[in-house]
Write a protein that binds this ligand. Structure first.
Ligand SMILES: Cc1ncc(COP(=O)(O)O)c(C=O)c1O
Length: 348
């Protein structure tokens, strides 16, 4: 299908004169800064906090561009990838007229963001074994479908979708395909970031909240063609990544090797946890996972959930989610945490 970015963008966004912040009008070095109504006397906490942060997070993007082999203008940083999801709606979806397509069960924020932005969510459920249903997807797409969300590895099912299938969707869909790779670092599959030069309708989301262990910093990443990233930058709040968050990411880059080690540890713990869970008779099925969590099916999800809560262990009850009846989603913990979980399950 022919892709034309100009035709997808909302009229008000095309006409928008973006806010021009003090720090984007002057980004050189001066001795005295009296341009941004900051507190010239400093902050009670630290050196940098009385100044507004870099609106375009230049340093962080420079590092990401080298690590991921993309240009800095192909990167957007958001206040979590949740901000990038919300901006996609605000850039592309006309309230009360456009729609988006999701493949449930999947990450809940796509539908919530759609509802907040008064955009209809269409659904093409996964098959019973959690594969993409191409016929259902095709049936749901119409002339007003602007975004197609594919979460791979998928939350809450944990599985990745085959690369070829995702590429097929990107090739055939005339809107934007959003591939959410929040859990990609734990996966056997390769990221699709390398495809953003080939497909102008591809937006890949990643996050520092999972493998990087920085959920509290709230930083997510969108990779896309430069013209799409330029739209994100026009619509985003001027200083959307705080100075402490930017510093946290830069410090984390310095400990890059540790991140790789942690990912390997989590993956190894995941495999051990799966093996031990399979010995527990109350667990009827353990779904294949490529993420840092495991979805398990039980005959008594709510009872087990409540019992674990009494044991001061909280897992996620997904039993009321489409196709997930009886399912609990369990995040892979430290070896000690996983042991405690298994001990509690055996006690039940
Ligand atoms: C699939 C998926 N995408 C995005 C997010 C949100 O990530 P962030 O913390 O970057 O907002 C989550 C959080 O659980 C997720 O599961």
């Amino acid at each position: 299908m022919i892709f034309n970015l100009e035709n997808l963008v909302r009229e008000n966004i095309k006409r928008l004169t973006p806010y021009s912040s003090a720090r984007s009008e002057f980004s050189g070095a001066a001795q005295i800064y009296l341009d941004a109504n900051e507190n010239s006397f400093g902050s009670p906490l630290g050196e940098n906090y009385h100044r507004y942060p870099d609106p375009l997070q230049t340093e962080i993007k420079r590092v990401i561009s080298v690590r991921q082999n993309v240009e800095t203008d192909q990167i957007f940083l958001g206040n979590g990838s949740d901000e990038a999801i919300d901006l996609l709606f605000r850039i592309f979806c006309e309230p009360r007229s456009d729609n988006v397509l999701i493949c449930p069960p999947t990450y809940g924020m796509y539908a919530v963001s759609a509802a907040i932005n008064a955009v209809e969510t269409k659904r093409a459920a996964l098959t019973k074994d959690f594969r993409l249903d191409f016929q259902a997807i095709e049936n749901q797409i119409d002339a007003r479908t602007k975004l197609l969300f594919i979460c791979s590895p998928n939350n809450p099912t944990g599985n990745s979708f085959p690369r070829e299938e995702i590429l097929q969707l990107i090739e055939s869909f005339g809107g934007i395909v959003v591939v959410d790779e929040a859990y990609i670092h734990f996966s056997r599959s390769e990221s699709l970031v390398s495809e953003i030069n080939r497909f102008r309708n591809l937006v890949v989301l990643q996050t520092f909240s999972k493998a990087w262990g920085l959920a509290g910093a709230r930083v997510g990443v969108a990779f896309a063609a430069a013209e799409t990233i330029a739209l994100f930058n026009r619509v985003k709040p001027p200083y959307n990544i705080s100075q402490p968050a930017q510093e946290a990411i830069l410090r984390a880059f310095d400990s890059g090797a540790k991140v790789e080690e942690t990912i390997a540890e989590i993956v190894s713990e995941r495999e051990k946890l799966i093996e031990k869970l399979s010995e527990i008779s109350r667990i009827e099925e353990i779904y294949p996972t490529d993420a840092n969590f495991v979805l398990v099916k039980t005959a008594e999800a709510e009872k087990i959930y409540r019992f674990l809560l009494d044991e001061k262990i909280v897992v996620r009850d997904r039993s009321r989610v489409e196709l997930c009846a009886g399912c609990l989603r369990i995040t892979v913990g430290t070896p000690e945490e996983n042991e405690s979980l298994l001990r509690a399950l055996k006690k039940l």
